[in-house]
Design a protein around this ligand. Structure first.
Ligand code: 4AZ
Length: 256
C-alpha cells in the first residue's frame, strides 16, 4: 500500500496473508486475500503460477495478522490450503489478467476452519446487481510495498482510501485504453497519492453501502503504484457471485 497508514487487522478482520513456501523452506508473502466464509478465501488468480493448483500444500494462509515477522499466537489463525480454484477464464498468456479471481479452501482442523474473533471475521459479498457511482471512496488494505521499486514489503498491515473511476475514464487513451475488460474497474486518488502495490494483490477493496462494508474488488494489477493516470485495477466481484456460489457451495445470501 502506497500513501496509506498503518492499520490494525481488527479494522480489516477479513484480510488474509497468503504465503508460499519456497524450495529453501522459506515462507514468503505471496498475496493478500479476503475471508468470505469460515473455510474460503477469495483472492487473485495471478497469485498462483502455473501448476500450483496441483501443489496447494506449498501455500498457507494466516488470518488476524498485524505484524509480518512476528507471530501473535493469541490472535493469529494459521491454515494449510486444501484446494486452489482458479477461474477457468483466467488466461494470462496475453498478459491481460481478465478473470483475475481465485478461491482458496482452508484445511479444517478438528472439523473447523477459521473462528470468528475481534481479529478474524468474514466480509460480505455485495448483491450481484449492486452498482456504485464513480467517485465513491472505498478502502484497500494489505502488506504490500509502500513504494514501487522497493525490494521489501510492509512490516505492518496498511490501509488506504481510493475513489472509484468510471470505465469511460479508465479506458481513455491517457489511462489504460483497451486493457480494461468488463470484469475490471479502476480506483485511485484524485492526487494519485494512495494506491495498492506489489504484494497487495488478491487483497480487498471494500466499500460502504447502507453503513455496511462489502467486498467490491480484488486488488489485481496496475502500471506501477500511485502513478499519475495509472490507477489500481480491481476484479469486479459482483460479476462472480454465481461462480463463487458454484465453487464453494455457499448460498449467495448477502445483507438483508
Ligand atoms: C502487483 O504487482 C500490483 N498499483 C498490484 C497492484 C498494483 C500494482 C501492482 C496497483 O501485485
Amino acid at each position: 500500500i502506497v500513501g496509506g497508514t498503518v492499520a490494525t487487522v481488527e479494522s480489516h478482520p477479513w484480510v488474509a496473508a497468503i504465503f508460499w513456501r519456497s524450495k529453501s523452506k522459506e515462507k514468503v508473502l505471496r498475496c493478500g486475500g479476503s475471508l468470505i466464509s469460515a473455510c474460503w478465501v477469495l483472492t487473485a488468480a495471478h497469485c498462483f503460477p502455473e501448476g500450483s493448483q496441483a501443489k496447494p500444500r506449498r501455500f498457507s494462509v494466516i488470518l488476524g495478522k498485524n505484524v509480518m515477522n512476528e507471530t501473535d499466537r493469541a490472535v493469529e489463525q494459521r491454515f494449510r490450503v486444501e484446494e486452489i480454484i482458479l477461474h477457468d477464464g483466467f488466461d494470462n498468456s496475453e498478459g491481460d489478467y481478465n478473470n483475475d479471481i481465485a478461491l482458496l479452501k482452508l484445511r479444517a482442523e478438528h472439523g473447523k476452519c477459521s473462528e470468528e474473533s475481534d481479529s478474524v471475521r468474514t466480509v460480505c459479498l455485495p448483491p450481484p446487481q449492486q452498482k456504485l457511482q464513480p467517485g465513491v471512496t472505498c478502502e484497500i488494505a494489505g502488506y504490500g510495498k509502500e513504494k514501487h521499486g522497493l525490494w521489501y514489503k510492509s512490516r505492518f498491515l496498511r490501509e488506504a482510501q481510493v475513489n472509484l473511476i468510471s470505465d469511460d475514464v479508465c479506458r481513455h487513451q491517457d489511462y489504460y485504453a483497451n486493457l480494461i475488460s468488463d470484469n475490471m474497474f479502476c480506483a485511485g486518488r484524485p492526487d494519485w497519492s494512495q494506491d495498492a502495490c506489489e504484494g497487495d494483490s488478491g487483497g480487498p477493496l471494500v466499500c460502504e453501502v447502507g453503513s455496511r462494508l462489502f467486498l467490491f474488488g480484488v486488488i489485481s494489477w496496475g502500471d506501477g503504484c500511485a502513478k499519475e493516470n495509472r490507477p489500481g485495477v480491481y476484479t469486479t466481484v459482483t460479476n462472480y457471485n454465481g461462480w463463487i456460489a458454484e465453487k464453494t457451495g455457499l448460498l449467495s445470501i448477502t445483507a438483508g
